[in-house]
Design a protein. Structure first.
Length: 203
């Protein structure tokens, strides 16, 4: 792997990334760019390499319109070119034999240890949703690097309702977060961050 990527360009993309609230509904993200970002998501890290997610890609205007009232009628749902809904597995799904076999056979790991780990969790869904945010961050940062704006959305009254609207079994999956992707419309507020000394502690 080459390590000659321009650090300044990478940092600049992170500095310029913002939560886009207004998308240009007339512009669409190219299919090759969507696939690129999905590969970024798919290769995102997860605890014990579990990959407890599904990435539901929504481009259908009808489905966007269905999801919008479930997400506080936020305009990003219908104006963004692409909506990626990140679902995560419930405890029942995490313990599914087919999922376990596919996961552990490929990694030569002991499934019994894993089963005990999941069964002892006080809130396995909260654990899987934390993994989803890693993938979400990678999608958003990578999107900006190729000139695409994004907005994270976790404003919905019922994650179960969103999951059901997408046609998934709510006993197996739940909605963790949504990422809207497209091209921003108009100006946006400049990004503000705390000083490095306020958030970085060196020991």
């Amino acid at each position: 792997m080459s390590h000659t990527l321009d650090r300044d360009l990478i940092l600049q993309a992170h500095k310029e990334r913002y939560a886009c609230k207004r998308f240009d509904a007339s512009r669409t993200v190219a299919p090759k760019d969507i696939e690129y970002l999905l590969e970024i998501a798919r290769y995102s890290p997860s605890s014990i390499g579990l990959e407890p997610w599904k990435f539901v890609v929504v481009t259908s205007p009808d489905m966007k319109a269905t999801l919008k009232p479930l997400c506080w009628n936020q305009p990003q749902l219908t104006d963004a070119s692409v909506i990626i809904v990140i679902l995560t597995r419930t405890q029942k799904s995490l313990l599914d034999e087919g999922y376990l076999d596919a996961h552990f056979n490929a990694r030569a790991l002991a499934p019994q240890w894993y089963k005990g780990f999941v069964e002892k969790m006080s809130d396995p869904l909260a654990w899987t949703k934390r993994q989803a945010y890693i993938a979400m961050a990678n999608i958003m940062s990578s999107a900006k690097m190729i000139g695409i704006d994004s907005c994270p959305i976790e404003g919905f009254d019922s994650s179960t309702a969103v999951t059901a609207a997408l046609g998934f079994d709510t006993t197996l999956f739940d909605t963790a977060v949504i990422v809207a992707l497209g091209y921003g419309l108009g100006e946006h507020k400049p990004k503000a961050r705390l000083d490095a000394d306020d958030v970085i502690v060196r020991i």
